[in-house]
Design a protein around this ligand. Structure first.
Ligand code: FES
Length: 546
């Protein structure tokens, strides 16, 4: 029989069994909104090993490429073999409930939402949309290329009621932005959006309130994710000069902001049909509403000090500035530091190796999220692992293994290993991040040591070991008292924009002032990139280029 592991749960699977039924049999819930007949496209799984054990794709799967299958369509087709796959992961992602160390944290903010109550009348900006005496809620959403995070807020008290997160199911359309744009262009707009709406609807229905009492939603995300969600064509973001359709419309005088507004009904969500869904404004095609939300969370509009914000992800956001001048860039670093494109990589879920230490006898000591059985390695684990391999001389600065061939086994029992080809992926992602940093600081006209506060944003940035990240040269060496790991600043910014009309107006003004730093046109970008691919501490830009 075939040995099947789904989301780390193993069993034997008989010939002819469908993956969907096998998953249910071992207690793994697979998202679905159809009768397992290939219609809803939600039951997608990613096969990490053993594609050859499965039946050929059916017509219902023609939208899928690579190692993705619909679990209701794929059945066991061989008598023997090893099959390892996972559903798009949901919940229990290790996302911090509140950003830490931000100017907004701990300071009471005036709750002044657009949704208000007058007796039993529920109003959005003074216009009645419903009659109810029950509570009124809103959702802040950070729509990332890899991860989607939701926060449910009570719009009268400003309290966070619940949060949820899941892997962006659009991953079957490619792991990075350019691949998604290409996919959406080829498949005409509907598939990516519908799949996300399905997952989002399930997540909203599981929140502990009546979805119809949710009257507003603020969406932040990179320009591509945001525009896809709002049914805009994203084709122009993938072509030079890389602009969102909303930027073209604004330049042509057809709109006064790049923000987008829809109703809950038109977004196919189970919230109140008249609810307002507000897509926060973007800076440019490549510097999105997530970066803008980070600026709001960091209170850049009122900041006197020179502050840097780095949010490492599939698309890394980089911002340097203060109340007088703000420079922002976005690096298409790829998903390696989020565990994508790495043989045993995974998001920071339970079971992800998040810390690694090598002792004097060369033994690996692994720490997993939730102290669970190891299932793979997440970004912070990869940083720690490479730092330890460097420290112990098992990997050189060029990312080559000094012994061990091309593969290092971390945990033989759970078949977790690290490949030299993984290092190549991480080197390129690191090179892009470092080149972005160098260009932005260079254009701002300061060296790293002149920055007064360096915010490391995002779930990965929050949990990364600073010493390890500095050793491998992912972040510059900055005095510990200036480096602040702030967690998910984008969702914090979305929350602020949801709870305060004044802050939302500030956000609209802020994006107009930001200078977009175009990395790809900077004459030294390539030098910075090549240097950044090396595993050694980052040098000041002037020393890289001599
Ligand atoms: S369960 Fe709906 S497509 Fe498979």
């Amino acid at each position: 029989m075939v040995t099947l592991a789904i989301n780390g749960h193993a069993r034997y699977a008989p010939l002819g069994a469908f993956l969907f039924d096998c998953a249910e049999g071992i207690g793994v819930r697979v998202p679905t909104s159809c009768l397992k007949n290939g219609k809803c496209k939600e039951c997608v799984v990613e096969v990490a090993e053993g594609m050859e054990c499965l039946s050929p794709p059916t017509p219902a799967e023609k939208h899928l490429a690579g190692n993705f299958r619909l679990s209701c369509q794929a059945s066991i087709a061989t008598a023997e073999g090893q099959l390892r796959c996972h559903t798009m992961r949901r919940g229990h992602m290790r996302i911090e409930r509140h950003a830490l160390g931000l100017p907004s944290t701990g300071r009471p903010m005036e709750v002044d939402p657009a949704v208000t109550r007058d007796g039993d009348r529920i109003l959005i900006d003074g216009v009645e949309v419903d009659r109810s005496t029950g509570p009124i809620y809103g959702i802040a959403m950070d729509l990332g290329t890899t991860t989607v995070v939701l926060r449910l807020l009570d719009l009268e008290t400003g309290e966070m009621v619940a949060d949820a997160s899941f892997e962006n199911p659009q991953r079957f359309g490619g792991s990075d932005i350019m691949a998604r744009i290409q996919y959406d262009t080829l498949h005409h707009g509907k598939l990516l959006r519908r799949t996300l709406a399905g997952y989002l609807s399930h997540a909203i229905e599981e929140l502990p309130v009546d979805p119809k009492s949710i009257y507003e939603m603020v969406v932040v995300g990179n320009s591509t994710m945001r525009d896809l969600f709002f049914r805009q064509s994203v084709y122009s973001i993938g072509q030079s000069p890389y602009r969102s359709i909303t930027e073209f419309d604004m330049a042509a005088g057809k709109r006064t902001s790049t923000s987008l507004v829809e109703t809950g009904r038109r977004c196919l969500l189970p919230i109140h049909p008249m609810a307002r869904v507000y897509g926060a404004p973007i800076v440019s095609g490549h510097v999105g509403a997530d970066a803008a939300a980070c600026m709001l969370a960091a209170d850049l509009a009122h900041e006197d000090r020179v502050v840097a914000i780095m949010d490492i992800g599939t698309n890394t956001e980089l911002i340097v500035g203060n109340r007088d001048r703000i420079l922002a860039a976005s690096c298409p670093a790829g998903p390696a530091f989020e565990g994508g494109a790495i043989a045993c990589g995974m998001p920071a879920l339970d079971g992800a190796i998040e810390d690694v230490r090598i002792d004097d006898d060369g033994r690996f000591h692994l720490h997993t999220v939730g102290d669970a059985v190891p299932q793979g390695i997440c970004g912070s684990g990869l940083v720690a692992l490479m730092s330890e391999l460097l420290r112990t001389g098992r990997m050189n600065e060029r990312g080559r293994f000094e012994e061990d061939g091309h593969r290092i086994t971390l945990d033989a029992e759970h078949s977790i290993y690290f490949l030299e080809s993984d290092v190549n992926e991480l080197a390129q992602a690191k090179g892009a991040n470092v080149a972005g940093l160098q260009v932005v600081f260079n254009q701002f006209g300061i060296d790293f040591d002149r920055v007064e506060l360096f915010y490391l944003a995002g779930g990965f940035g929050r949990h990364m070991n600073i010493e390890a990240a500095t050793r491998i040269g992912l972040i510059p060496a900055i005095a510990a008292d200036r480096m602040v790991q702030i967690g998910n600043a984008a969702i914090e910014g979305a929350t602020i924009a949801l709870l305060s009309r004044a802050k939302r107006a500030e956000l609209e003004r802020l994006v107009l002032r930001v200078e977009h730093c175009r990395l790809e046109t900077h004459p030294q970008f390539f030098d910075f990139f090549v240097d950044g691919c090396q595993f050694r501490p980052i040098e000041a830009a002037s020393r890289v280029t001599g």
